[in-house]
Structure formats: structure tokens, C-alpha cells
Design a protein around this ligand. Structure first.
Ligand SMILES: Nc1ncnc2c1ncn2[C@@H]1O[C@H](COP(=O)(O)OP(=O)(O)OP(=O)(O)O)[C@@H](O)[C@H]1O
Ligand SMILES: [Mg+2]
Length: 755
């Protein structure tokens, strides 16, 4: 400690306490932007610099590969030396893959196993449903795959599943066949990485001891999103030294659909009764207005500890709110506003994130950006890695690396077409099954011994084409072994299969497919040193967040799920309509609704300075406009924290500046009834929207009375049914000829009197 811990960046007392906590179990619970990730990073440094822990004795778990990379950069920067891959730092999946490769001799697959991507996993289930002659409409591959995935996340192999009815019995059979197919391909899926790592450590005391002794300190970010398998794994890995440091926020648990369970925080508290709990309350990311809005949303979730969120950064701007006529205009409003802010010199492209509930919502945004010729970054793994031409090329590499990979073989055996039809492929499979080998092994054998090989007389006329492909496969394997260069291997494959001509011949849309293949080759080039195993593994484990292109000065378009852990100066959240956010799937399930609320909360709290909430009065579904109702979450935001905007991005209803915390002391009313939404996005009775004292209430003047005829720009004419003062503002019920009854808050609504 000769430098007085100068290397530690400025920390507040609670942060300092967490960073320098001694051995044992430490639980850091704190809201967004309070420095959890930063504390974890600094603790790694502290362990190395002051506690004499070596990098290879530390295991640090992040939620994405991108987060791992950033953490590594930061630690190296402050440590002043390269960690040279000595530290075990990465996602649960990457860390498990590393363990499984090292310990493959104790497992039912080789160390060069491949990791199947999400698409392939579902295709495999589909194929099994077909093989079992089940009705594909009743047995949907996607939902069956989800069931298999949750079984795995609960640490269950097929034999552990209940089999007391027909459905359970069927699921068992499908799961069993699925595992068999993976094993035959020397492949695993994402969930297997966790499941096998857990079982490996649980069943092999020697291996468990080796790892748990080695990791003298374990650190976990985003702990609230761990699932059962991950938590179990942590327990095993920490079993020898019992030094485990976790940071998290129960309000940011948003991966329930992947088996995440924020109750693992409670489990941690029970399982480690001597743990030390540290709370961080100071928020360094967002302004107070952003935090107040976030809090008004999350405070309505039950069964949680209410937390103060205190900003270090002053009140800041109010939150903007815009209601567009339809979803196309919603997207244009966003693009237009951003373009204006950039043109005025008030912001730069990378300041912005535009967040939405579902990937499909990005399409109109992209249109709006393209229309203006504005660059943008669209985040999502499917965007690049899901492309046919990219998947084809990856499948080639996988097959060369692991000829047992049946799925990749099926994908490329006749792509580009080389005269190997369905019948020939079927023959190959049957021959392979009879010989107890993988199809790829037969191919290699044919490549070596020629089409007339005495061993495989049943392949018929297809043998020639198969042998030809087999010999290419041999050449590529040799290339890989002798040159160990992925990009030159790719070059050869491209050349010898006429891949470029094939890819360029597909002009079914205006995507530059060849450019994607070139991009993949560039990526491969960066892996020359680390090798093909690492490259393929990283391709398989890529997450949405990992696809954010760095150094691009452009707004980022991404889902609320993908934005976790990140921060932006300005955040737009679009689609604040009931059924979009919260999602229609979740409306009837209180647990799901609580998660939707957390998702909205995560979105708001990404902002440093500014949040804009946007919704559309109508959404076009398959060409038919449907009128929407505002998200029920909007009603939970105190209105004095909001500024309603008009089309030109100007404020409609000016309100006083500064932090307005009066609402905090008022009673939290029950959630609004769904029927009381107004066109202006906010509802009246039963809402938390209130400002003004009783005094004001008396003096507010009423503009409308029952039976007045009014007109609205969207809904046309209607008749006032009722008019009253609520919370100091006039609220009317109007019966519109076009859409029926609506409740409107007069100062915010667009109605005018006709007679
Ligand atoms: N003591 C501090 N002084 C100045 N800035 C800080 C301090 N602590 C954290 N920050 C900054 O605050 C921001 C939020 O920190 P960080 O991302 O670590 O928060 P977090 O708790 O992990 O948030 P989330 O829950 O969203 O993941 C970062 O920009 C970080 O650099
Ligand atoms: Mg964080």
C-alpha cells in the first residue's frame, strides 16, 4: 500500500468499504448508476495490488462479453500490465466453456466440441418432432426448446424429468433425442455449458477442489440475473475459499424468461449467514429528475425493498413526452428530434440510445433514419450472425474443425449446390448410423479412399460427389493444421466452393451479402493468434450487446433487454402503449407485469441527462390502423416531472424548472383502471398525476359543461358527458361519434369547443 491506494479512483465511503472489504462473502445491493460495476472492477485491482492475489486466482463474471472486455481493459490500464488472459474474466457461458474444454476427458464430448447457436437448437428440435411423427402445430419447436432450456437451467437431465402424463412423456423423449443428437455431433447448446459444468464439479470432488482452491476470490456482476444453474455453480466454485463478492439490484432483474431468479439474492443471504451487506445510495449517472421518474415507476412493484435514489448531478431537465398520431410518425419524431439536436450542435450521434420492447419495432426507426440519410447502429446478434451467408461460412469452419458436427454438415453439404441431393444425404446418414460413425467421418474416409471404397458400397451414384467433397474437407483440415490461419482457410473455402459467385447470385433483396462474408473474414483475421476454437466459441456466444460497433458516432437502436448495464446521455423509449410496453403477453400475469415494469425502469435509468418517452395513438397492423391506449406505466409518473412536446420538439405546456419532489410525500394511489386513459396519455381518477393544492382546485375554471359539442383533430366531433376538476385540472368525459367514450385532461388535450 506504498502508494496510499492512489490507484483507486475516487470512491465514496460505501464504495470504498465495498472495494476494500476483507475476505468472506460480500453482497453489494444498490440501484442503477450507483457504481456497482465500477466497485467490482476496483476490487479486482485492490485484490491484486493490496492483497497479493495473483490474476489467475481471480474469477470475475460479467453479463456480456462486451462488459468483460471493458473490465479487462480498465483493470489492465490501472494495473499497469497486461493480464495476458491469466484472469478468468467473462460471462458464465464463456467461463464454463473454458472449464469444459480443459476437463473434457471427464465428459461425454471432446475438447473441441462446438456450441450450437440458437437457430440450430430450434431446428434440431423441429427435426426431432418430425422424426417422432408428432403434429408440428401442436408441438412447436420454439416452446419445446424453451421447456428443454428451463429443465437444463434447473439442472435437470432427461432422466430427472417427471413423466406422469402424455405431454411429460413426450417432452422426455424429445429432450432425450435432442441430447443424443448433440452428443453425436460433439456439440453442446448454451444451457449445456452451465449444466455440464455444474454436474462436472458436483460429481467430481477432485476437479471441484482443484477449481475451488484455485479461485481464491470470485466476483459477480448483475447477480440478480443469475439462474439456478449459475447460482449452483458459484456455490461449488466458492466451496473451498468461500470468498465471494456479488453486486446486484433486484429491480433490474429482467431475464426471467431465461430462468433468471432475483430471489437468488435472498438465497445468498440464507446460504451465507455471515455475509457482509453493503448498500450504495449515491447515483453518479443520472440527474434527479430522471431518477424520480424511474422511482415513480418501480415503487409500484411489490415485495421489494424501497430504495432512495439520490443524484450527484442536480435536477436536470424534465422528462419529455410525445404522443404521435401513428407509429410511423413516432419513428419520424425520434429521428427528427435527434437530427435537430445534432444540427444545433447540442449533441452528437453517439449520445443517443433509442430503446424498444421488441426487435420488430426497429424497422420503422430504421426507415426514418434512412429517409434522412442519418447513420445509426442497430444492435442485435441476428442482424449479422443470423444472415444466411454468414451462417453458411461459419458452418464450413465448424465442419472443418469438428467433422462430427452433423448440423453444420447438413447445412453446407450442398451449399453451394454440388449435386448432393436429399437422397444421397439420407444414404450417407444411414450408412454412418449403421457403422456407428458420424456422417463427416464417412465423408473423410471417402475423400481418402475414393468413391469406390469397399467399405461403403451402399452409397450408390452419390458416392462420387460425396468423395469429392470429402477430399476438399481433408485439404481444408490440412490447411488449418499447417497454417493455423482462419482467414486463409476461409479464403480457400471461398475459392474452392465458388462461394462468392454463389452469394452474389442471390439478389432477392438489396443486402450486400458478399460484404457480410468479407466482414466475417476480417473478424477471423483478429483471431489469428487465439485460434479457431476461440473464434468459433465467440461466434456462438455472441450476445446482442456484443454487436455494438464501437467508435461509431451514431445513435444506437436496441431493445430494453440488451441495454442493461450501459449508459447514454440521451435516451428515447418508444412504444409506450399498453400491449407494447407492457407487452400484451404479460398483461394477465402479475409476475410478468412486475418484470415489464423493471424493464421500463432499466430503460429510464440508462440516461445520464435526458429521457424522452414516446407513444403512438395508432399502430398499423398488417395494413389496418388500430387505436392504442397509453401504457399504464405512464400514468404512474407524476406529471410535474414531465414536459409534453409538440411536433416540432417544442414544449407544449411550459412548467417550472428545478427538482419537484412534492409528489414524494403524497399517498401512492392504487393503479389506474384501464378505462380511464385519455388521449393525452395520462388518465385522471385514481392516478398519481396530481399537482396543485386544494386552493388551486377551487380557482380552476371549467371550460366545458355536459352536452357541449367538441372537436378533436383525430377523433372528430363528440359530446361532453361530464366535466369535473381533479387535482386542480379540468377532466372531461367525451362521447366521440367515431371512437366512443374518452376521458381527457383539458389542458393537455387537443379538444376545442364547437358549440
Ligand atoms: N465515486 C464515483 N465518482 C464519480 N463517478 C462515479 C463514481 N462511482 C461511479 N461513478 C460513475 O457512475 C456511472 C455509473 O457507474 P456504474 O456503471 O458502475 O453503476 P452500476 O451501479 O453498475 O449501474 P447499473 O446498475 O446500471 O449497472 C459510471 O459512469 C461511473 O463511472
Ligand atoms: Mg453495472
Amino acid at each position: 500500500m506504498e502508494d496510499g491506494m492512489n490507484y483507486l479512483e475516487k470512491l465514496n465511503p460505501q464504495q470504498y468499504q465495498a472495494v476494500t472489504a476483507g475476505n468472506g462473502q460480500i453482497l453489494v445491493l444498490a440501484g442503477p448508476g450507483s457504481g456497482k460495476t465500477r466497485v467490482l472492477t476496483q476490487r479486482i485491482l485492490y485484490l491484486m495490488k493490496d492483497m497479493g492475489i495473483r490474476p489467475n486466482e481471480i474469477l470475475a463474471v460479467t453479463f456480456t462479453n462486451k462488459a468483460a472486455r471493458e473490465m479487462q481493459d480498465r483493470v489492465e490500464d490501472l494495473y499497469g500490465a497486461s493480464l495476458q488472459g491469466n484472469m478468468w474474466l467473462g460471462t458464465f457461458h464463456a467461463i464454463c466453456a473454458r472449464i469444459l474444454r480443459r476437463e473434457a476427458s471427464a465428459l461425454p464430448f471432446d475438447h473441441n466440441f462446438v456450441i450450437m447457436d440458437a437457430d440450430d437448437q430450434v431446428s434440431l428440435v423441429k427435426q426431432i418432432v418430425k422424426e417422432l411423427n408428432l403434429d408440428e402445430k401442436l408441438y412447436r419447436a420454439n416452446s419445446l426448446h424453451n421447456e428443454i432450456s428451463s429443465a437444463k437451467n434447473n439442472l435437470q437431465f432427461p432422466k430427472d424429468l417427471p413423466r406422469s402424463n402424455y405431454h411429460e412423456e413426450t417432452l422426455f423423449r424429445i429432450y432425450e433425442k435432442y441430447q443424443q443428437a448433440l452428443e453425436n455431433s460433439n456439440a453442446v447448446d448454451f444451457d449445456d455449458l452451465l449444466l455440464w459444468a455444474y454436474k462436472l464439479l458436483e460429481n467430481n470432488p477432485e476437479i471441484r477442489n482443484r477449481y475451488s482452491r484455485r479461485f481464491r476470490h470470485i466476483l459477480v456482476d448483475e447477480f440478480q440475473d443469475t439462474n439456478t444453474a449459475q447460482y449452483g455453480l458459484l456455490r461449488l466454485l466458492a466451496s473451498a475459499n468461500q470468498n465471494i463478492f456479488v453486486v446486484g439490484d433486484e429491480d433490474q432483474s429482467i431475464y426471467r424468461w431465461r430462468g433468471a431468479d432475483y430471489r437468488n439474492i435472498q438465497l445468498f443471504e440464507q446460504d451465507y449467514p455471515n455475509h457482509q451487506k453493503i448498500l450504495l445510495e449515491q447515483n453518479y449517472r443520472s440527474t434527479q429528475n430522471v431518477l424520480d421518474v424511474a422511482r415513480s415507476v418501480i415503487d409500484l412493484n411489490r415485495n421489494r425493498t424501497k430504495k432512495n435514489l439520490v443524484s450527484d448531478r442536480g435536477c436536470g431537465d424534465k422528462i419529455d413526452y410525445y404522443e404521435a398520431e401513428d407509429d410511423r410518425k413516432e419513428a419520424h419524431y425520434v429521428a427528427e428530434t435527434i437530427s435537430r439536436l445534432i444540427d444545433n450542435g447540442n449533441a452528437k450521434g453517439s449520445d443517443f440510445a433509442i430503446l424498444y420492447r421488441t426487435n420488430a419495432q426497429s424497422r420503422l426507426l430504421e426507415d426514418a433514419f434512412l429517409y434522412r440519410g442519418m447513420p445509426y447502429r442497430l444492435v442485435g446478434a441476428q442482424r449479422f450472425y443470423g444472415r444466411r451467408e454468414v451462417k453458411d461460412m461459419i458452418a464450413y469452419l465448424r465442419l472443418v474443425y469438428n467433422p462430427q458436427d452433423e448440423i453444420s454438415l447438413t447445412r453446407v453439404i450442398n451449399t453451394p449446390p454440388r449435386g448432393i441431393g436429399g437422397k444421397t444425404l439420407q444414404n450417407l446418414r444411414v450408412t454412418a448410423a449403421e457403422a456407428g460413425k458420424a456422417s463427416g467421418e464417412i465423408l473423410l474416409d471417402l475423400g481418402k479412399n475414393g468413391p469406390d471404397s469397399v467399405f461403403w458400397p451402399d452409397l450408390g451414384r452419390g458416392a462420387l460427389a460425396l468423395a469429392d467433397f470429402g477430399s476438399k474437407l481433408i485439404d481444408w483440415q490440412t490447411e488449418l493444421v499447417s497454417h493455423a490461419s482462419i482467414s486463409s482457410l476461409m479464403e480457400r473455402i471461398i475459392l474452392e466452393t465458388n462461394f462468392q459467385t454463389y452469394v452474389e447470385s442471390d439478389d432477392s433483396d438489396d443486402i450486400d451479402r458478399w460484404e457480410n462474408v468479407e466482414e466475417l473474414r476480417k473478424m477471423a483475421f483478429e483471431y489469428e493468434e487465439r485460434g479457431i476454437a476461440d473464434f468459433l466459441q465467440n461466434l456462438a456466444l455472441v450476445s446482442d450487446q456484443d454487436t455494438i460497433t464501437e467508435n461509431a458516432d451514431a445513435p444506437t437502436l436496441m431493445t430494453l433487454h440488451a441495454v442493461k448495464g450501459l449508459e447514454f446521455n440521451r435516451v428515447f423509449i418508444i412504444g409506450l402503449d399498453d400491449g407494447v410496453l407492457p407487452h400484451s403477453r404479460s398483461l394477465n400475469d402479475p409476475e410478468e407485469m412486475a418484470e415489464e415494469r423493471r424493464l421500463f425502469y432499466v430503460g429510464i435509468t440508462r440516461a445520464r441527462n435526458h429521457v424522452t418517452l414516446v407513444r403512438a395513438n395508432q399502430r398499423i397492423n398488417f395494413g389496418i390502423p388500430e387505436t392504442t391506449i397509453p401504457s399504464r406505466f405512464l400514468a404512474d409518473i407524476p406529471r410535474q416531472l414531465l414536459r409534453e412536446m409538440n411536433d416540432s420538439g417544442k414544449q407544449k405546456s411550459p412548467r417550472s424548472a428545478g427538482c419537484d419532489t412534492r409528489w414524494e410525500n403524497q399517498p401512492v394511489w392504487a393503479q389506474a383502471a384501464g378505462s380511464s386513459f385519455s388521449s393525452s396519455g395520462f388518465h385522471s381518477s385514481g392516478s398519481r398525476i396530481r399537482n396543485g393544492s386544494a386552493e388551486q382546485r377551487k380557482t380552476t375554471e371549467m371550460q366545458f359543461k355536459p352536452s357541449d359539442t367538441v372537436a378533436h383533430p383525430l377523433w372528430g366531433e363528440g359530446t361532453i358527458i361530464e366535466s369535473k376538476i381533479e387535482d386542480g385540472e379540468e377532466v372531461v368525459s367525451v362521447n366521440f361519434h367515431s371512437v366512443g367514450l374518452k376521458r381527457l385532461i383539458v389542458p393537455l388535450s387537443k379538444i376545442r369547443k364547437v358549440s
